[in-house]
Design a protein around this ligand. Structure first.
Ligand code: FRU
Length: 502
């Protein structure tokens, strides 16, 4: 046991975090207090505020023994930093407090459920990792690990379940007051399954059974599950490792998969109806959702991918960002996602254009910036379909980020080859975006280090991190053939709401 681990992390972040100025961070996307951030954890409502924890290694901008960083918000955009919540300080979690989740208990405490990791030497001399599920109770700032930890271990697994890959519990409360959690596990076929457990008190858990499994179809290990009802359907989110690419739907490596179906809780039977990617861009992983008191289901993801970690700005003292929280819905059997509506309170300096004829490169006065909410809607200007439409953002004489659409194939290509990183990693992705009534509508949310694209009112989302210097603010439009375009652009200013309240 290492009682110093948490006070040490808290002292470190308090001393060195303030060296990172606001100008060095995104304006409204959460970054770690200092050091490294990966998955969102414990995204939940507690005592009327939204809490978000995250996988955290304060001491460097690389992954290391996992702590839980902590922040809270009332509007999903202004984040208040809180001291680190968990550190690897017990025998059962000495090698990391991995991903997990949170829920408010009836007695007012906040329950954290996380994966405790410890390494062990096997009989034949190999180092192996043991993953168990552990809990801690707290008041929104300070947490105490349950003396009876772990609450789920090898004995809680169905036959053939791996003790090495058993992680990322997502907990919630059912309307009858009982608790459920889903957790990722590797099965005997080497690929992932999601297990469901139930509990009355958060510390004694019973296996209900598996909810679904990859069977080596959608990647190998399934990480970071979430399981919730939405618009009359049941949704299972998983973040698979080692995906095989499938057309333009799933790319290789770490992906995000949304399984939409129906769920018979009495029989614990989840019936898949549709399987789709959650985000089709480059940087989005391990999303987690919360149920807001107003009924919205809101998702946040790690705006990064394990395979592109070298795409970064090397002199930063932080690495890893959270996505913008997104409102989810199911329409026509498909997952839709749109920026949280709170963003609209901070939009200012609107610039709009209607029916602009684009046939060649065009710029529009007032349409530029790196912290903006930009909607572009295009349709063919002539009976002949245009061949290609290009939108270039974060642009100057050297840099640009391109979003290109070909209406004949409905392929949208996002490309950050010239967006500030010379790392030899994936810099582009193609995705299918069928037009609606012959039109394409793209909403782009730009912050200093990211682009999030919501196509056709949230039918498809694609996210990427960019590291282009901040001076590159220009935006241009270009068409081969002719296009009629409407543009609506706002700057995002987080101080705006306070100003107008005065
Ligand atoms: C997903 C993940 C989780 C794990 C955590 C460790 O990105 O691999 O499965 O809990 O990161 O930091």
């Amino acid at each position: 046991m290492n009682h110093e681990a948490l006070p040490k992390a808290r002292a470190f972040e308090a001393q060195y975090g303030p060296f990172i100025t606001d100008a060095q961070r995104p304006v409204f996307h959460l970054t770690p207090t200092i050091g490294w951030m990966n998955d969102p954890n414990g995204f939940s409502c507690y005592r009327g505020e939204y809490h978000l924890f995250y996988q955290y290694h304060p001491y460097s901008t690389d992954w290391g023994p996992m702590h839980w960083g902590h922040a809270k918000t009332r509007d999903f955009l202004h984040w208040q930093r809180l001291p680190a919540a968990l550190a690897p300080d017990q025998e059962y979690d000495k090698d990391g407090c991995f991903s997990g989740s949170a829920v408010e208990m009836p007695d007012g405490r906040q329950l954290l459920v996380y994966t405790g990791v410890h390494k062990r030497l096997t009989e034949d001399g190999r180092m192996t990792e043991i993953q168990t599920q552990c809990v801690a109770f707290g008041d929104g700032v300070n947490y105490e690990k349950w003396p009876g930890n772990p609450v789920l271990d090898a004995a809680s697994l169905p036959a053939g379940g791996s003790t090495v890959d058993f992680r990322d519990p997502k907990v919630w409360r059912e309307p009858d007051g009982t608790l459920r959690l889903v957790v990722g596990n590797r099965t005997a076929d080497g690929s992932g399954a999601i297990l469901l457990y139930r509990s009355e008190d958060g510390v004694h858990w019973t296996l209900v059974g598996p909810v679904d499994a990859s069977r080596n179809q959608y990647g190998r290990m399934w990480e970071c599950p979430d399981f919730f009802p939405l618009d009359g359907k049941q949704i299972l989110f998983v973040s698979p490792q080692e995906m095989s690419p499938i057309g333009l739907e799933f790319h290789a490596g770490n992906g995000t998969v949304c399984l939409i179906g129906s769920y018979d809780a009495a029989a614990n039977r989840f019936t898949r109806e549709k399987v789709q990617a959650i985000d089709y861009g480059i940087d989005f992983y391990a999303p987690q959702t919360l149920a807001a008191p107003d009924g919205r289901r809101i998702m946040i993801g790690w705006m990064q991918n394990w395979n592109t970690l070298s795409c970064r700005e090397n002199n930063q003292r932080w690495f890893g960002q959270m996505s913008l929280p997104r409102e989810l819905s199911v329409r026509g059997g498909r997952l839709f996602q749109n920026p949280v509506r709170e963003l609209e309170q901070y939009r200012c300096r609107p610039v709009t254009y209607q029916n602009v004829l684009v046939c060649g490169e065009t710029t529009l006065a007032g349409v530029e910036g790196r912290t903006i909410d930009l909607t572009v809607e295009i349709r063919p200007a002539a009976a002949d379909l245009y061949r290609c439409f290009r939108l270039q953002i974060a642009k100057d004489g050297t840099y640009l980020t391109t979003i290109r659409y070909r209406p004949d194939t409905s392929v949208l290509k996002i490309d950050r080859t010239h967006s500030g990183s010379n790392a030899d990693v994936v810099h582009s992705r193609s995705l299918l975006v069928p037009p609606r009534d012959g039109r394409l509508k793209l909403r782009l949310i730009l912050d200093r280090y990211s682009v999030e694209i919501f196509a056709n009112d949230g039918e498809t989302a694609a996210t990427m991190a960019i590291f282009t210097r901040q001076e590159a603010t220009a935006i241009s439009f270009d068409a081969e053939g002719s296009v009629l375009m409407n543009v609506e652009k706002y700057d995002i200013d987080l101080n705006r709401k306070e100003d107008s309240d005065v």
